[in-house]
Write a protein that binds this ligand. Structure first.
Ligand SMILES: [Zn+2]
Length: 119
């Protein structure tokens, strides 16, 4: 799984990307809202954007939490091990998703268990 400092640096870089992306998104949403002031009767579109903004924020917050948790596991020497079944997570999966807390099997099972967010 590569050395610990390398993984830590990668996780931190990912977290930084997420935070910066948020700044970009806020700027874009602000821009959109400003251009839409002239067409303020278009409330349906505006609320769609608001929901979109919320779900992006939620997804990013989750991503940042996952990265923080991965950094904690790294310090505890538990990085790369599934938090559910404690098996080693496939290195290919970790390479693709460095903050992965679950092995592919457990991630699939938990996706199937959780209902999709509807609001
Ligand atoms: Zn597992």
């Amino acid at each position: 799984m590569g050395n610990r400092d390398e993984v830590r640096a990668r996780l931190r870089a990912l977290r930084k990307d997420l935070l910066h992306r948020r700044v970009d998104q806020l700027a874009r949403i602000e821009e959109e809202l400003e251009t839409r002031e002239v067409a303020w009767e278009d409330q349906a579109a505006e609320s769609t954007d608001a929901r979109l903004g919320d779900s992006i924020a939620v997804a990013e917050l989750r991503g940042i939490r996952e990265i923080n948790a991965a950094l904690t596991r790294l310090d505890a020497g538990r990085y790369g091990r599934c938090v559910e079944c404690e098996r080693e997570i496939d290195p290919a999966r970790l390479a693709a998703v460095p903050a992965a807390a679950l092995c592919a099997d457990c991630a699939f099972a938990s996706d199937a268990r959780l209902p999709a967010h509807s609001d």
